[in-house]
Design a protein around this ligand. Structure first.
Ligand code: F6R
Length: 293
């Protein structure tokens, strides 16, 4: 597990975009798992800039989004399909037919959720999955008590998530109560996980996810089980991290660490390995990058 601390939202957004861009450059046919919400917007802006200014090519990528509200179709301005069009798809050269968002309207959710899982498998699996984190520690809409083995399915949102998301809707009562979401098990099958967390409202969730026990009560803690996961956290969200100084110490000591070639994907999460996160990051003099493996 890698912990990357940026001074602010802008820095973690650029650092995460650089990591995403590397995946796309290394594999132009990459399958990208995408998230909505306010946190990834800065990262999407940077990906758009990389496309416009540096020719980052999305023409062969396939995308799968994490979740969608039940009852909203893609033309609704609060649907996640609409969000993706507005915040990313319309400004890069991805083929719209290669973009996938779970169906929020279906006659048979069981079948449409299974078909979504099947489509991910048929695409060869997700190469990199972007995640935000809810103030209750959720990833995608896997609310507390979601099974860590769960697959794409219907979920009922918590009141806390409904309240958190009410800011996007005209009236609080307009926030849907149900959603379709990839499961934690689905997410853990992605080859690489990038979680973004920003702001003081996420301090408890970030601490629980990184330093708490692996628990269905904080589904982001499942990232501890993944061999290639990274948390991109701005300083404002680090307030409750007990080991913050250690993460910074690890980074400070990185230049003296023995060289390491490409690590095997299947190693146990407890293995020690050294990587150079700076290789994936834009140079930014003010940036504090800390990582722990
Ligand atoms: C959205 C999603 C959610 C959000 C989370 C944080 O696709 O999967 O888990 O990432 O609710 O939302 P923001 O970024 O708005 O704080």
């Amino acid at each position: 597990m890698e912990i990357i601390i940026g001074a602010d939202y802008d820095e973690i957004s650029k650092a995460a975009a650089a990591a995403m861009a590397k995946v796309v450059r290394d594999k132009p046919t990459a399958v990208l798992g995408l998230a909505t919400g306010s946190t990834p917007i800065g990262m999407y802006k940077e990906l758009i800039r990389l496309h416009r200014d540096e020719g980052l090519d999305f023409s062969q990528v396939t995308t799968f989004n994490l979740d969608e509200y039940v009852g909203l179709d893609g033309s609704h301005d609060q649907s996640y399909r609409y969000f993706m069009t507005e915040n990313l798809f319309k400004d890069i050269n991805v083929k719209i037919e290669n973009t996938n968002v779970p169906a929020g309207i279906s006659d048979d959710f069981k079948a449409s959720c299974q078909a979504y899982e099947e489509k991910i498998r048929a695409a060869g699996g997700i190469d990199v999955q972007v995640l935000g984190i809810g103030s209750d520690g959720h990833i995608a809409f896997n609310e507390p008590s979601s099974s860590l083995a769960s697959r794409t399915r219907l979920k009922t949102l918590t009141q806390q998530t409904i309240d958190d998301n009410a800011r996007f809707f005209e009236r609080p009562e307009d926030v849907p109560v149900y959603c379709v979401t990839m499961g934690v098990g689905t997410i853990l099958e992605a080859k690489k996980l990038i979680l973004l967390a920003s702001g003081a409202g996420k301090t408890d969730a970030v601490a629980d996810a990184i330093e708490g026990p692996v628990s269905s009560m904080c589904t982001a803690s499942a990232l501890q089980l993944h061999p290639d996961s990274a948390f991109y956290v701005d300083l404002a969200a680090t307030g409750k991290l007990k080991m913050l100084e250690y993460y910074q110490w690890v980074q400070a000591k990185k230049s003296g660490a023995p060289a390491w070639t490409e690590p095997p994907r299947t190693e146990a999460p407890t293995d020690v390995r050294f990587i150079d996160p700076a290789a994936d990051l834009p140079s930014s003099p003010g940036m504090t990058v800390s990582s722990v493996i």
